[in-house]
Each structure stands twice: as structure tokens, then as C-alpha cells.
Design a protein around this ligand. Structure first.
Ligand SMILES: *[C@@H]1O[C@H](CO)[C@@H](O)[C@H](O)[C@H]1NC(C)=O
Ligand SMILES: *[C@@H]1O[C@H](CO)[C@@H](O)[C@H](O)[C@H]1NC(C)=O
Ligand SMILES: *[C@@H]1O[C@H](CO)[C@@H](O)[C@H](O)[C@H]1NC(C)=O
Ligand SMILES: [Zn+2]
Length: 442
């Protein structure tokens, strides 16, 4: 290779390198600070079974300090940190607004992911940011703060009602050491909360989804006993026969509910779902089960979800009389996880019509920000919102993610940077509207 040619090549390479470096630098300069902070927050390892709450809480505390709002760390159970931030309103005697999210995440199986689940990989092509928690629910955790930052520092907004932001532990494992403890505390009572915003879910179209209730989970175990006998004999009332009769009835009930969904008459979350989760019967042998013997006991387990519109007493009656009748030598156990009614005995749901002034203000805030709400829904699963609804505090589930695949608890959970940034604008409108609303009598 001629010397001059090699020199030319070198210059060319250097130029290419230089232009590459400068475009990378440009990208770094151009990345909006909220995206940088969101990615930082996504990198904390908050997955069960060993979420580390110290690191994310200390990060959020630093954020709160840089914005200039008050903070308090509560620890109802050792190491289960709960962070409470407060932006005092000009009229602190009015009931306050609480924006809640949880610190913890469900586990992720790294080998099933395209990018390590706590790397916050940001695709330069699509703008997608990959992380466990990107949708559930570290997006809203940070969007609340970014909205408050913009309102307070840039727009010099002054709330009338006090605004609280809570970061609670253990939502994903039932909240016994998290929200359940918080709502029972003196600290919570002192907040005088009038309205709560909690997490929702992504929407695959232009609309934002909003949730006014959760379904209540029940675990049902039914057990049959019966006459044991030789595998060759046909006789009545074996444990298996008794159990199978119940399984048939439960299956028929499940069909009536599922048919409503299939016919488009109800949403998945509006019916009672009943799904078999285990069967336990048979006499074990070294190679499996004894095949020439009909067992004297048989058991099955079901996961049931009740919408707030369902009558729990009616279902209890059905279980006692049809699914596990003592006449058929059956017993049952219902393990009810969480409340079904509020302290006044009302179904656990927040009204989404004009009789609830908070609803009107919220809806107006979305419209004002150029957004559109889908028809309010019942959430198919369960969140911490149930604890506030139990206290009779109106609570909406909302995570502003439109045109986004629903990936909570899924592999490759991600959120697009533009969707995330749009969510901050939405919350600016929601925070300012709710905190300026003074007409409510309460
Ligand atoms: C949690 O994270 C902090 C900060 O990264 C670290 O110092 C601490 O040792 C961690 N705690 C546990 C229990 O792993
Ligand atoms: C209930 O169990 C008893 C005792 O094993 C048995 O005699 C009876 O036939 C069973 N009845 C039914 C309906 O299974
Ligand atoms: C709001 O909805 C509730 C429950 O469906 C209903 O009882 C009430 O009459 C409604 N109020 C208005 C003003 O529409
Ligand atoms: Zn969640």
C-alpha cells in the first residue's frame, strides 16, 4: 500500500471517528433529563424475593430535595421502607391529594429477555426503554416527581390542596407490610387524604385507561371424602365421584361467565372468574399412583376473582349448596384475600360519574392536556387501591401509557421514551387541576 494512500485512509478514518463521536455526544446532550433520571431509577434492583428498598428510596429522596419538597421515611416493618413526599398547599385544611406507587417489582428471568432486566437498555432505533418495572410501576413513580418538578420550579405553580406522593413496599406480594400497614397508621390519618391516584395499565390505542375498582381474589379449596373401594368396582359416592360432580358444576358456572365475555356482553374484569389451579387425589405408589384402588379423599383448588358488582353472599351460598355440599360429603375453605366492601358496607368502587366531583376534575384535566379517556374499567387483578377504597377514599387507577403493549409482569417489559415524556405532561395537568379544586364540600 502506497504511503500517501494509507495516510488518506487514516485521515478518512479519523474524520469518520470524529463525526461519530460528535453525533454520540450530541445524542447525550439531547437526551432529556427526565429520561436520564427514569433510566437511573429503573436500574435499582427492586425485584422480589429480595428487593433492596434502601437504594431507590435514597435516590427518590435526593430528587425530592432537588425539587424542594418535604420528605419522610416510614418503616412500619424493619427494612420495608415507605417514602412519603409532601408539597404543602396554600390551604392545608382542605383534604389532600395522594399520588401512590410501589417500590417493588416482580422477578424477571434474565435469559428470557433481549436486554438485562435492570439495565434500562434504551433502543436508539425505537426509543423503547427496557426494564422490569418500566410499566409496573416505576414510570408513574418518576412521572409524579417530574410533573411536580416542572410545576414548582419552572411554572411556579402553587397548589391550594396539599399534594402527597407515597412510595410503598411489597405491593407485589400482597402489601401486608406495605400499604396495609400505612392505611392503618396515625401518619396516614394525619394526611387527611380526599382523593388518591394509584397505578393503572397500558392501553394499546390512543385512549388512556382508567380503573375505578379492582377484583377481589378468593382462593377456594374443596375436599370430598367417600367410600374407598377396588378399582374394578362400580359403586356410588366415592370421593372422586363427589369431587368430579363439583368440578362439573364449577365448570358450567365458569362457562356462563366466560360466555358473557365471549359474546361481548361483559369485559373480562366484570365477571366472576373461576379457574382450577390444582387437583389432589390418589394413593401414591413408588411408580406413581396405585391404579386398582379408588381413593377415600379428593381435593381441588380454584382461584376466584370477584368484581365489586358481584354479590359475595350469593357466591358463598352457591359454594355451600352446589360446589361443596355436605350432603355429598364435601367440605370447603374460602380464603378471602382483602376486603370486598368499604367501612360503610358499600362495594369497593369509585364512582365515575358527575356525582363524584373528583372524577369530573380528573377527566377535565386529561382533556385539557389533549388526552382522551377510555370507558372506565374494573381492573382484572388487584392493587393497593383497595386499601384506600376500603376507607371510603375515592381512588382511580391510572398510568398514562397509550399506544403501548401491555407488558406488566411480562418478559421484555418496556416503555417508549416519547410515551413516558407525554405522561409527565398529563400528570402536570392532573396534579395542578386536582390541587386547585376547591368546590368539593369535603
Ligand atoms: C442495598 O443497596 C445499598 C446501596 O446500593 C447497599 O449499600 C446495601 O448494602 C444494599 N442492601 C442490601 C440488604 O443488599
Ligand atoms: C359419605 O361418607 C360416608 C362415610 O364414608 C358414606 O357412608 C356415605 O355413603 C357418603 N355419602 C355420600 C353422599 O358420599
Ligand atoms: C352515579 O353512579 C351511581 C352508581 O352507578 C348511581 O347510583 C348514581 O345515581 C349516579 N349519579 C349520577 C349523578 O349519574
Ligand atoms: Zn404495580
Amino acid at each position: 500500500m502506497a504511503a500517501t494512500f494509507r495516510y488518506l485512509l487514516l485521515i478518512l478514518t479519523a474524520t469518520l471517528l470524529a463525526s461519530h463521536v460528535s453525533s454520540t455526544q450530541q445524542q447525550e446532550v439531547q437526551e432529556p433529563e427526565p429520561i436520564t433520571r427514569y433510566k437511573q431509577y429503573l436500574r435499582f434492583k427492586t425485584a422480589h424475593p429480595n428487593p433492596n428498598y434502601t437504594a431507590p428510596v435514597s435516590f427518590l429522596l435526593t430528587q425530592a430535595q432537588s425539587i424542594g419538597i418535604q420528605s419522610k421515611i416510614l418503616e412500619f416493618v424493619p427494612n420495608k421502607l415507605l417514602l412519603l413526599l409532601t408539597w404543602p398547599g396554600s390551604n392545608p385544611s382542605l383534604p389532600s391529594i395522594l399520588f401512590n406507587s410501589h417500590l417493588d417489582s416482580v422477578p424477571a428471568e434474565p435469559d428470557k429477555w433481549a436486554h438485562p432486566p435492570f439495565s434500562a437498555f434504551h433502543s436508539p432505533e425505537t426509543g423503547q426503554i427496557f426494564a422490569r418495572g418500566a410499566q409496573d410501576d416505576k414510570c408513574i413513580s418518576m412521572q409524579y416527581l417530574e410533573a411536580i418538578r416542572n410545576l414548582k420550579l419552572t411554572k411556579k405553580f402553587q397548589p391550594i390542596r396539599t399534594i402527597h406522593v407515597s412510595y410503598v413496599p411489597d405491593e407485589e406480594i400482597g402489601a401486608a407490610d406495605g400499604m396495609a400497614k400505612f392505611v392503618e397508621s396515625e401518619e396516614f390519618r394525619e394526611l387527611n387524604v380526599g382523593f388518591v391516584m394509584d397505578e393503572g395499565q397500558a392501553s394499546t390505542n390512543d385512549d388512556f385507561r382508567v380503573f375505578y375498582a379492582d377484583r377481589a381474589p378468593w382462593n377456594l379449596k374443596i375436599k370430598a371424602v367417600g367410600v374407598p373401594g377396588h378399582g374394578s368396582r362400580m359403586f356410588d359416592n366415592s370421593a372422586m365421584e363427589n369431587l368430579m360432580k363439583s368440578v362439573e358444576m364449577i365448570t358450567r358456572f365458569r362457562d356462563t361467565q366466560f360466555d358473557l365475555v365471549k359474546a361481548g356482553k361483559a369485559a373480562n374484569s366484570e365477571v366472576i372468574s373461576v379457574n382450577p389451579v390444582y387437583l389432589k387425589a390418589g394413593t401414591p405408589s413408588p411408580t406413581g399412583f396405585v391404579m386398582n384402588m379408588q381413593p377415600s379423599e379428593a381435593e381441588a383448588g380454584f382461584n376466584i376473582r370477584l368484581p365489586p358488582t358481584a354479590d359475595p353472599d350469593l357466591l358463598r351460598k352457591r359454594i355451600a349448596e352446589e360446589w361443596a355440599p355436605s350432603m355429598r360429603n364435601m367440605t370447603y375453605e374460602i380464603i378471602q384475600l382483602g376486603p370486598l366492601r368499604d367501612y360503610k358496607g358499600r362495594p369497593l368502587m369509585t364512582l365515575t360519574n358527575d356525582s363524584n366531583p373528583w372524577w369530573s376534575v380528573f377527566k377535565q384535566a386529561i382533556t385539557a392536556a389533549g388526552g382522551k379517556l377510555a370507558k372506565p374499567e374494573i381492573l382484572a387483578s388487584t392493587t393497593d387501591a383497595r386499601f384506600m377504597r376500603e376507607l371510603g377514599i375515592p381512588t382511580l387507577g391510572f398510568s398514562p401509557m397509550s399506544n403501548t403493549p401491555i407488558l406488566l409482569h411480562d418478559h421484555n417489559e418496556h416503555l417508549k421514551d416519547t410515551v413516558y415524556l407525554r405522561g409527565i405532561e398529563i400528570y402536570e395537568s392532573v396534579v395542578s387541576s386536582l390541587s386547585s379544586f376547591v368546590e368539593a364540600s369535603q
